[in-house]
Write a protein that binds this ligand. Sequence first.
Ligand SMILES: *[C@@H]1O[C@H](CO)[C@@H](O)[C@H](O)[C@H]1NC(C)=O
Ligand SMILES: *[C@@H]1O[C@H](CO)[C@@H](O)[C@H](O)[C@H]1NC(C)=O
Ligand SMILES: *[C@@H]1O[C@H](CO)[C@@H](O)[C@H](O)[C@H]1NC(C)=O
Length: 431
Amino acid sequence: MGTVYKYKILPNIMARYISKFTVMFVILCTFGFFFLDFYGKSKFLDSCTTKKVHARQFLASKSEVELTQDEKNNLSEEIERKKEIERKITIVRAEAEHLAKSRQKQLVQSRWGRYNRYGVWNEHMSSKDILPRLQVVKKSYQSMNKYKVKFQGKPGQLCTPQELLCAIKNKVNMSTLVRADLPQNASSWSQYLPIKTLQEEIKSLGKCAVVSSAGSIKYSSLGQEIDAHDAVLRFNAAPTRGHQDDVGTKTTFRLLNSQLVSRPELKFFEDPLYKEGTLLMWDPSQYQADLDQWHRNPDYMFFERYSTYRRKNPDQMFYVLNPQAAWQLWDIIQQNSPEDIHPGPPSSGFLGILLMMNLCNQVDVYEFLPSRRQTDFCHYYEIYQDRACTLGAYHPLMYEKNLVKKLNLGDDNSIYHFGKVTVPGLRGLQC
Ligand SMILES: *[C@@H]1O[C@H](CO)[C@@H](O)[C@H](O)[C@H]1NC(C)=O
Ligand SMILES: *[C@@H]1O[C@H](CO)[C@@H](O)[C@H](O)[C@H]1NC(C)=O
Ligand SMILES: *[C@@H]1O[C@H](CO)[C@@H](O)[C@H](O)[C@H]1NC(C)=O
């Protein structure tokens, strides 16, 4: 009998203790889980999590486990609190991920503001990516609007390289001025214009090079490669002497701005630099002005000095670009940009590229898009630094570069190592 009693009593006692232990174990595990999970250490508690599920089942099935109302309330409060924490963690995680992604995007985009030694030009550069100082300068040019720019088209309308090339071919008249283009009362200087346009004079060239004056062409050793082209275009006061290794020796064309021709202190008459090759000059008109309006109101009064130079150097060809071309080109740069571009005429560099695209079958452009040698030095032949020389302040240079990047037939490697971009000639283009 004693044993029978024992056998009957023992399970009862055990059951009571086990159920009490289970309840305590479950409660301890649940609280411990919340505590550790709060500090992000839930990994250690896999065994406890299963017990926690049991606790929930206990509550749901209203089992014989005796919890006071207080305990029950506390337990469900804890569960609710845990759910809330989990929900918040999910939100915070999603936010952190989003932030990390946008930060990465920002870094790529502002690469040209800060990390420009480590990449190539990004064709989506915008005013957000430039220094605050240059943003202010851009805004002040916009409020001045010296050239009375009033864009009527749609920004960001031209998208593909093909669309851009055809717009350039059909809408930009890069021909040079001849006497007949100007009103009679301009003849005192227009009589010195060449009889034929440059395009008529030069039927077609093969491979051409456009050599930017950027500081980054220094130490490039590109001289031989540049000289191997059929024709080489240089800008303004850019010398070859003393820089042959980097920029070569050949000068077929030199594109000048009207300021250089007009201001005597810039020594256009005296410097032997300007006696080599064919000269071209450009002077911006007001936006959409016709030739007569331009002639009455040029940017620089270059007429007299142009005439004098021509009289003194009758054998050197010296053309003047159609001033309307600058704004026709400006419209296309604006059509390629989703935001408002600088309301100043395109840079000499970009006009030079366009000119050569009109004359040559293929154009290699050096250091217009900066290479890994990118620097704030404005010119390879001068010690003068300004970030504006790369990104533009007066000219919409940044947006010109976006466009050229889009037209590039070469690869990023060539840009990175040689600052070299290759664009097609316009003659063979089917539009
Ligand atoms: C329930 O929680 C409150 C504080 O949140 C505490 O004061 C109380 O003692 C708890 N009750 C039980 C039965 O654990
Ligand atoms: C291009 O401009 C020149 C003036 O430089 C003008 O004579 C010529 O007619 C223009 N061509 C077109 C197609 O508009
Ligand atoms: C030149 O002649 C045009 C008419 O052909 C006239 O509109 C313009 O005002 C004249 N310019 C000057 C500077 O006299």
